[in-house]
Design a protein around this ligand. Structure first.
Ligand SMILES: *[C@@H]1O[C@H](CO)[C@@H](O)[C@H](O)[C@H]1NC(C)=O
Ligand SMILES: *[C@@H]1O[C@H](CO)[C@@H](O)[C@H](O)[C@H]1NC(C)=O
Ligand SMILES: *[C@@H]1O[C@H](CO)[C@@H](O)[C@H](O)[C@H]1NC(C)=O
Ligand SMILES: *[C@@H]1O[C@H](CO)[C@@H](O)[C@H](O)[C@H]1NC(C)=O
Ligand SMILES: *[C@@H]1O[C@H](CO)[C@@H](O)[C@H](O)[C@H]1NC(C)=O
Length: 480
């Protein structure tokens, strides 16, 4: 049987020291405290997963000192020095340092286990733990722990942490979470945990959790206890499901034929009237636009996902659209030719694990506007986006042999608006036509490209100037 000892006294002192923290929320001291905070709409399970991992990774000695078991200076588990520039936390006393832990995208010798974050779910990599470390001889002791998260990209707050979703975590809570250690993965421990934390789960539910979560059963129970009400409705359709492409629900199968791979992908039925589109968002990044998603689909829980192109199988980013039938989402993926939006069912694996499920529909690839002829020459000019930057493409027919001498003084300028005068191209954003780099030439014509340093945005225009101020072509202003 699992031995569970009370641990109350230790926390009082800690709570007092934490009360001076100004910007952040109140301290979380128990599993019950965890139940009362939302951690925002979309990330509770990732915060809890990270916290579960952390509590079981560190050591706690008899004096309630939290001992580091990894080196935050070498980037272990996506950790790094945190300067507290935005004054999220109290100023540091001498001999202390803050570190953040939990960036799953960071290369490191010690990586977070897969169950903490999913690489294709942006939200899962938004949560962090901040620790305050006291350097004392060789021993390094953590004296404060916070759970926090980055703002969402649309909140436009850069890489700051959101004080509204920052909570101190006491050693008491860490001890409580450690009781859900993954090596206690057996029915007796599960029963004992259930009883100790007053969960209403009956034995059959415990067996079900063990069945679904397998070697992560104790984590499953922890999540079940902390967020039961909100998620209990998922319980019966949350069994481990086969890979999405084999997961054919009858009513979609007949319409969509996802089972037969690529050829079927192009047969998606567009008669449902759903519109899915990539447009130019902020800072040269792709914006996803969707509209006309019917309420019966919304009820099934759907998400939009962005792909490199029509062939790609792995989403670059995704977002649950909840009950919004027409809306937009600013991704942090730089705009490129070919990007494509698809609408998917949300796949809920286990209880809370959200990932891209069955495809429902897809939009067309992001297309570059047509090239414009360079008046009087067998050549044309096209504006396009590469990694969010404005680029120009010069296509010259092969019969136009002497183009380099004809275009000796020609240049292409980038303008932020069609109203700018010829000489008012954006600062430094121009290039000689003859200096463009050859790329993907064909039988009948040669293609030359140039990438400017200018961020692509609505209104941007490229112009071909033969010499001095003699303009021979201008593209349409870049569309919204
Ligand atoms: C789905 O694929 C199967 C076999 O590839 C084919 O027989 C069937 O007609 C397809 N259904 C639709 C709706 O395209
Ligand atoms: C969407 O859901 C939220 C809460 O879940 C609710 O407040 C809002 O009114 C809903 N919006 C629509 C358009 O149904
Ligand atoms: C551009 O040039 C091509 C071939 O040189 C010609 O076929 C086409 O009609 C021209 N387009 C316009 C809009 O003038
Ligand atoms: C080009 O026009 C835009 C909009 O009128 C203006 O904001 C910008 O400063 C102009 N650029 C230059 C280099 O004059
Ligand atoms: C051609 O352009 C693409 C981007 O538009 C770039 O990725 C590629 O490296 C270029 N190829 C050459 C040979 O320059």
């Amino acid at each position: 049987m699992l031995k569970i000892s009370g641990q109350i006294s230790c926390c009082v002192a800690l709570l007092l020291t934490l009360s001076s923290v100004s910007a952040v929320r109140r301290a979380l001291n128990s599993i019950s405290d965890l139940k009362t905070v939302g951690f925002g709409q979309s990330v509770p399970e990732y915060s809890l997963r990270l916290l579960h991992w952390f509590a079981n990774e560190i050591d706690i000695n008899n004096n309630d000192d939290i001992l580091l078991t990894f080196d935050p200076n070498s980037g272990d588990y996506g950790s790094h020095y945190y300067r507290n520039d935005e004054e999220l936390l109290d100023p540091l006393p001498r001999g202390y340092r803050y570190y953040t832990v939990g960036n799953s995208y960071q290369d490191a010798s010690l990586e977070l286990p897969d169950y903490v974050a999913e690489s294709d779910i942006e939200d899962s990599n938004r949560v962090r733990i901040i620790i305050r470390v006291r350097q004392q001889n060789a021993a390094r002791i953590i004296d404060q722990v916070y759970i926090t998260q980055h703002y969402e990209t649309y909140e436009d707050q850069g890489t700051d942490y959101d004080p509204q979703h920052t909570y101190p975590v006491t050693v008491c809570l860490l001890r409580a979470i450690r009781k859900f250690s993954l090596d206690r993965n057996n029915i007796n421990s599960m029963r004992s945990l259930r009883d100790h934390f007053g969960s209403s789960a009956d034995d059959s539910q415990l067996w079900e959790i063990m069945d679904i979560w397998d070697e992560l059963a104790c984590l499953g129970l922890f999540l079940f206890i902390v967020i039961p009400e909100k998620y209990s409705s998922h319980k019966h359709n949350s069994r481990r499901q086969p890979a999405p492409r084999r997961n054919t629900q009858p009513d979609f199968e007949s319409r969509q034929n996802v089972t037969s791979g690529m050829s079927a992908k192009n047969q998606v039925d567009h008669r449902n009237g759903i519109k899915l589109k990539v447009t130019t968002g902020k800072s040269g990044n792709a914006r996803i636009i969707w509209s006309n998603v019917h309420s019966d689909l919304l009820k099934r829980n759907v998400m939009v996902a962005l792909y490199q192109n029509n062939q790609e199988e792995k989403a670059l980013t995704s977002k649950c659209i909840e009950n919004i039938s027409s809306g937009s989402y600013d991704t942090s993926v730089p705009l490129n030719e070919g990007l494509q939006v698809r609408l998917h069912e949300v796949r809920t694996r286990f209880f809370f694990w959200i990932s891209v499920g069955q495809e429902i529909d897809r939009g067309s690839e992001f297309k570059t506007p047509k090239a414009v002829n360079i008046t009087g020459y067998n050549a044309n000019l096209q504006l396009f986006a590469n990694d969010g930057k404005a680029c120009a493409r010069l296509t010259v027919t092969k019969s136009f042999h002497n183009w380099k001498s004809e275009f000796k003084n020609a240049w292409v300028g980038f303008y932020s608006s069609e109203n700018n005068a010829t000489k008012n191209y954006e600062r430094w954003q121009w290039q000689w036509a003859t200096k463009f780099k050859e790329n993907k030439s064909q039988d009948n014509y040669n293609v030359y490209e140039y990438e400017s340093g200018m961020t692509i945005a609505p209104g941007v225009q490229a112009r071909f100037i033969l010499q001095d101020e003699i303009e021979k072509a201008r593209t349409s202003p870049w569309a919204e």
